[in-house]
Design a protein around this ligand. Structure first.
Ligand SMILES: Cc1cc2nc3c(=O)[nH]c(=O)nc-3n(C[C@H](O)[C@H](O)[C@H](O)COP(=O)(O)O)c2cc1C
Length: 329
């Protein structure tokens, strides 16, 4: 039976609203926000929203699962920061592949200070597409990022100079293949020209001052007219990989991606995505070979310190709840 937003387990109604509010701050491809939530007696359900899929950029809905995995990590972390254990079951029903997870906040736990730090970082994390300072990220922070991926059962391999060169070339290849495809551009325009009062899609102001040359890495241009003319290099580019490529691995990789992003935010660093090479299947296969063939590349991130950026909009809780009437109860 579906309940209105009253208590779920140990969470009171305001806490339930606040943890869903934290979940929806997750990043998502083109800010599609492809998730929905339902409050039931069994716990909080996370559903994929197939109406918000990207049939061209994300043909097999892999990135949709990454985005939902990021929302799930926020949900779990926000619940943990409240001193409650989020017992989580992934894909709980075989007959319903859009039901991605059920989270049951039922047992009291003393909050882990590290997770409280990550929960605090949730509203401070924004995709930062501005040029990054060239200073290297300290090895201790890189080790934390690697650990963050591993805790969530994914992998952030160390890339040598040759692999980085190969990756940069693959980003070029994939980027040019995508922008030459009218269907990709049409989908892109649909999600990036939505008007100032839209609560989804990527607004032009989110582009920041794009680097005109950042060591040869091609970034997506979200329509910014400003260009930073100085030469930049990227302090750190990483790939997050999984050991297999099933829906379960992709959902886990999304949680790992968000843990990595929040770990970077908590350490004072910014990040943005370079997802072209994982969106074009033959280029993704090439990237897998470049990484040694053992890992499925799921996402590429650039990390460093950029200029402050504004936040992108989100849909209201009414829009993401499967029973919107429940909110006013
Ligand atoms: C799987 C995935 C792929 C993404 N790919 C790109 C990308 O290639 N380029 C980019 O600038 N942003 C990319 N983004 C960032 C989204 O555009 C961003 O998360 C969204 O607009 C919401 O903004 P926020 O992250 O600042 O909250 C990606 C996000 C996700 C989750």
């Amino acid at each position: 039976m579906t309940l209105p937003i009253t208590s779920i387990g140990l969470l009171d109604p305001d806490q339930v609203k606040s943890v869903i509010g934290a979940a929806v701050l997750a990043p998502s491809t083109h800010n599609t926000q492809p998730w929905r939530f339902r409050c039931t007696t069994a716990g909080l359900e996370l559903h994929a929203d197939p109406d918000r899929a990207l049939p061209v950029a994300d043909t097999d809905r892999r990135e949709l699962l990454l985005s939902c995995g990021a929302a799930l990590f926020n949900l779990r972390t926000a619940i943990q920061a409240l001193g409650t254990h989020p017992a989580t079951t992934l894909f709980p029903r075989r007959d319903d592949p859009t039901l991605l997870a059920v989270v049951r906040p039922f047992a009291a736990r003393r909050p882990d200070p590290r997770l409280v730090e990550l929960a605090d970082a949730i509203p401070r994390r924004h995709t930062n597409r501005t040029p990054f300072e060239t200073a290297a990220i300290p090895p201790s922070v890189v080790a934390e990022l690697r650990h963050a991926a591993e805790v969530e059962q994914a992998w952030l391999p160390r890339l040598d100079t040759k692999q980085l060169e190969g990756l940069r070339e693959l980003v070029h290849q994939a980027h040019h293949a995508q922008v030459a495809e009218p269907a990709f551009l049409a989908e892109w325009l649909h999600w990036t020209r939505r008007g100032s009062d839209s609560r989804d899609g990527v607004p032009e102001y989110a582009a920041g001052a794009m680097p005109s040359n950042n060591g040869g890495w091609v970034l997506r241009d979200f329509g910014s007219r400003r260009r930073d003319r100085t030469d930049h290099s990227e302090p750190l580019v990483v790939v997050i990989g999984s050991f297999d490529d099933t829906p379960l691995d992709r959902l886990r990789a999304g949680q790992a991606m968000q843990r990595v992003l929040l770990t970077a935010t908590a350490a004072g660093f910014d990040a943005s995505f370079i997802s072209q090479p994982v969106e074009v299947p033959p280029v993704r296969a090439e990237l897998r070979r470049l990484l040694g063939g053992g890992l499925w590349p799921q996402i590429v991130l650039r990390l460093g310190r950029g200029a402050p950026v504004p936040w992108t909009p989100r849909r209201s809780l009414d829009d993401v709840l499967l029973e919107p009437a429940a909110l006013s109860a």
